[in-house]
Design a protein. Structure first.
Ligand SMILES: Nc1ncnc2c1ncn2[C@@H]1O[C@H](COP(=O)(O)OP(=O)(O)OP(=O)(O)O)[C@@H](O)[C@H]1O
Length: 274
């Protein structure tokens, strides 16, 4: 590039000069063999990021893959609840064992380590970032085909730490229709470019409500703009998830492994080809 300043931190161009920040990668635990790491991000909280993370792990597990979830949402961890994991994680001198869900997805979350899961985590950014890095380096994950990282919302300290210290193969952006979707996708794209991580696509949650009588799709939050936003950045729309009371109930009762729905089947196929 003719105008290259050689300062990748202030430029979002994806050129050949950009190199992976290898030196900042945290060491993988010697008892881990993780093949693909997929980050799930969102612009703000509550859009269903943990749900999408959980569903993808469940669907991959149903296909016979070894799956894991690293819950990087340290101040708002919801994965243990979604899988109804109530025991505490244990460890040995060599590291921490992840907790296994009923159907065999391995999970690590701050709530599996705290003596009381209602205890709030009142830590500053760097300490939170360290916890996430330790989830990678100190947890003995064993063989994992697909690890899904449930990121905290936004583009703050912790997502930055995850991108710098974990070998993320790609990220999926979750939005809701009423989000300022173009801006949120744009921010995620620019962050991912800076960190040299590919964006695999966008999932829209709360997309519609299917009428239980006639099946008609009702756009509760107004017409979606996700296609335009995704097209603007050359990204695929991977899935549109309806508002589904059965899904909410499955999350709340910790029964996500029994959910029924084909919305993310295309996303699973895409991940298998990575
Ligand atoms: N499509 C859906 N249909 C019904 N309920 C949903 C749907 N998506 C999410 N929910 C419910 O909304 C709540 C928030 O979802 P979730 O925890 O996945 O959001 P999040 O983006 O991870 O939030 P946070 O960033 O705060 O952790 C959950 O209780 C979940 O059951």
């Amino acid at each position: 590039m003719s105008e290259c300043s050689h300062n990748c931190a202030s430029c979002s161009e994806n050129c050949g000069e950009r190199t992976a920040p290898e030196s900042m990668l945290a060491p993988e635990n010697p008892h881990s063999n993780v093949r693909k790491v997929i980050g799930i991000v969102s612009g703000k909280g509550g859009v269903g990021k943990s749900l999408v993370t959980s569903m993808l792990a469940v669907l991959m597990r149903r296909k016979g893959y070894e799956t894991a979830i690293l819950d990087a949402d340290i101040t708002g961890p919801s994965i243990p609840k979604i899988f109804h994991l109530t025991e505490r994680a244990t460890g040995s001198e060599e590291g921490i064992f992840p907790v296994q869900s009923k159907l065999g997805t391995k999970v690590m979350s701050i709530n599996l380590l705290l003596p009381d899961e209602t205890e709030p985590v009142v830590w500053r950014g760097p300490v939170i970032g360290n916890a996430v890095t330790q989830f990678w380096s100190d947890v003995m994950w064993g063989d994992v085909d697909f690890m899904f990282v449930d990121m905290p919302p936004g583009t703050g300290d912790v997502p930055l730490t995850v991108f710098q210290s974990l070998p993320v193969d790609g990220i999926i952006v979750v939005t809701s229709p009423q989000d300022l979707v173009s801006m949120i996708v744009g921010k995620a794209v620019k962050m991912a470019q800076k960190m040299n991580v590919p964006i695999l696509g966008v999932v829209e949650n709360y997309s519609y409500l299917a009428c239980p009588d006639c099946g008609k799709h009702i756009s509760v939050f107004g017409e979606s703009h996700v296609e335009e936003a995704a097209e603007k950045y050359g990204l695929p729309v991977l899935a549109k998830l309806p508002i589904d009371p059965a899904v909410a109930a499955a999350c709340d009762s910790g029964m996500i492994e029994l959910f029924d729905g084909d919305w993310l089947d295309g996303t699973v196929e895409m991940l298998e080809k990575l």
